[in-house]
Write a protein that binds this ligand. Structure first.
Ligand code: SME
Length: 168
């Protein structure tokens, strides 16, 4: 049990601006390749205490399938997800971000491990084309606030802008 006040103080101590700058440097460095995105995932997972698993899935519109490109956290069996299945599959079809406060209340959810309580799946657009998703799992219930939304939104925007120069 974490007292809510302590949780809030810890949240306030996160250096959101610094994390965004670090991600920005990793994304803008040379060509956008798998190792740059791996670094972004690792940095996020290591700096934000409530990000327990951070990964990026790319879209395969012909196969209607998501493929795991890179991640930091516990290994998952779900390296390939059909459109429509789970939170990721729903975002693949809608193109709209989903913030799930409690995954136990979801019908259409794919569990990666039993510790996960909440999840964000945020779309990455290159122009108007949905090209990838940033997926963050937390072992806490409802940990995501306005600062998370801002950070995650900006990072996905930056990755999307760089996407035409991607080299995977
Ligand atoms: N929970 C996701 C599957 C991916 S794992 O979280 C790594 C979903 O429901 O789509």
């Amino acid at each position: 049990y974490i007292h809510p006040l302590f949780q809030r103080i810890r949240g306030d101590m996160i250096q959101w601006k610094k994390i965004e700058q670090q991600a920005n440097e990793m994304i803008s460095a040379a060509a956008l390749d798998k190792s740059a995105l791996q670094k972004v995932c690792s940095m996020l997972q290591q700096t934000v205490a409530h990000y327990d698993w951070v990964g990026i899935y790319t879209m395969d519109p012909e196969e209607r399938r998501l493929d795991l490109l890179c991640f930091e956290g516990l290994p998952t069996e779900h390296t390939s997800i059909p459109y429509g299945k789970g939170i990721c599959g729903q975002v693949a079809e809608s193109g709209e971000a989903l913030f799930v406060d409690d995954v136990r209340l979801e019908d259409n959810y794919i569990s990666c491990n039993v510790l996960v309580r909440s999840e964000v799946v945020y779309p990455i657009f290159s122009g108007d084309r949905l090209v990838a998703q940033l997926d963050i799992d937390s072992n806490k219930t409802a940990p995501f606030g306005p600062e998370d939304r801002k950070l995650i939104g900006r990072i996905c925007e930056q990755i999307g802008e760089k996407w035409p120069l991607a080299d995977f």
